[in-house]
Ligand binder design. Structure first.
Ligand code: NAD
Ligand code: FE2
Length: 377
């Protein structure tokens, strides 16, 4: 963990616009690039305000992205994308819209199917369209990354596609677009951003080049999340969270998440718990579990969140739990409608997510995972 000499690859969107009021810069960029036919991939809420982006030419809006989209949602989008034949695809929404935009940008007009591109580096050729991402939540950091997640309705598993061809040409991050995010979603997505940072920071593959963003992302969430939950129009707090989310996105590419996300996924796929809410519920458990394997980094996380020093595993749990609970997040699995007899199946599902569990600083057996679910019940 954390060797300076370990090889690492960093990629970024070529242009990152950041700041309250920058949304309209997308239109100027698209115009300068000569794009004429744009497909905006969005959810119902954001679809109603696409004019904020000032896009030139012919604009088609796909307004049907659902939270935690599944493959049916993607198929509907691909039908539209194939018919429109756009030269620019814009993801305008939270992680759900941005992830589907990435997939539409590489799959529309392609001979490859979703199944053929699941996994790392399976997209065969460069995309022929421009790709822009405009996040409207502060959580996933998907605007900065090369991954897209879509749920397989049959297996309930998240299919992860990872390709450099899904990296945006431009990310336009306007914290002003997040003012309307309801308090509960603000809390959940903010903890998701923090979880990306924490899980990368305490990761087996952690790297100093990423640690810098990771710990600063945690600090921003510690400083601003409660403020944004209390007052959604607090511009400084919203901007702090947009930055934390971007930093979390920087963490995901080369390092990625670990045990926390692996244990959170079955809550989303099996019981439709929102991604951030699931991560928040799991966060204190995995942070405390990992403490013996990463004591100094855990201490740094607790301190970056602005919490009092936690000298024991139990204290780490209490502090982290208190942080999430104070944001109004439901911290019991029973409170989320998860039936107790599903916990063993969930533990089996989580244990199968090797791409993340293998990153965890401490080995999590299926029995460990089940005890965490039981404790969280
Ligand atoms: N690609 C990645 O690297 C990555 C990383 C983490 C998560 N994800 C994925 O992202 C998805 C979750 O994304 P999310 O947490 O951003 O949520 P989301 O995109 O599902 O949006 C959540 C809800 O908030 C609404 N919403 C969005 N912006 C709003 C706004 N400004 N005001 C009011 N309402 C708004 C949406 O309509 C939706 O109902 C999951 O599918 C998850 O797996 C991807
Ligand atoms: Fe996440």
């Amino acid at each position: 963990m954390n060797s300076l000499h370990a090889p690492i690859t960093i990629v970024r969107p070529q242009i990152i616009e950041f700041g309250v009021g920058v949304a309209g810069r997308l239109g100027k960029w698209a115009s300068d690039q000569g794009f004429r036919r744009t497909l905006v991939v969005s959810d119902a809420f954001n679809a109603s305000r696409v004019e904020l982006l000032g896009l030139p030419g012919e604009v088609t809006i796909f307004p049907e992205v659902r939270p935690e989209p599944d493959t049916h949602n993607l198929e509907r989008l691909l039908d539209v994308a194939n018919a429109v034949n756009a030269d620019l695809v814009v993801g305008f929404g939270g992680g759900s819209a941005m992830d589907l935009a990435k997939l539409a940008a590489v799959l529309a007009g392609s001979s490859q199917s979703l199944r053929e591109v699941v996994g790392p580096n399976k997209v065969a050729s460069r995309r022929r369209v421009g790709l822009a991402q405009v996040p409207t939540t502060s959580g996933t950091g998907s605007e900065a990354g090369i991954r897209a997640l879509v749920t397989d309705p049959e297996t309930q598993a998240k299919l992860a596609v990872e390709s450099i061809h899904m990296l945006a040409d431009i990310a336009v991050i306007d914290p002003g677009l997040t003012f309307t995010v309801p308090a509960a979603t603000t809390a959940a997505t903010g903890v998701d951003a923090m979880a990306h940072c924490v899980e990368a920071f305490t990761n087996r593959k952690a790297h100093p080049l990423i640690d810098l963003y990771a710990i600063e992302g945690v600090r921003l969430v510690g400083r601003f999340l409660a403020r944004a939950v209390a007052d959604g129009s607090d511009a400084e707090a919203r901007a702090g969270l947009s930055l934390a989310s971007l930093y979390g996105g920087f963490c995901l590419g080369p390092v990625n998440t670990a045990g926390g996300h692996a244990l959170a996924y079955p809550l989303g796929t099996r019981w439709h718990v929102a991604h951030g809410a699931a991560n928040a519920l799991i966060f204190p458990h995995v942070l405390a579990f990992n403490t013996p394997a990463a004591p100094e980094k855990t201490e740094a996380v607790v301190s970056a969140l602005g919490l009092a020093a936690a000298p024991s595993q139990a204290a780490v749990f209490e502090q982290a739990h208190g942080f999430c609970h104070s944001l109004g997040i439901e911290m019991r699995l029973s409170g989320l409608g998860v039936p107790r007899d599903d916990l063993p199946t969930m533990a089996g599902d989580a244990f199968a997510i090797r791409r993340l569990l293998d990153n965890n600083p401490r080995d999590l057996s299926q029995a460990d995972i089940l005890s965490i679910y039981e404790a969280a019940y």
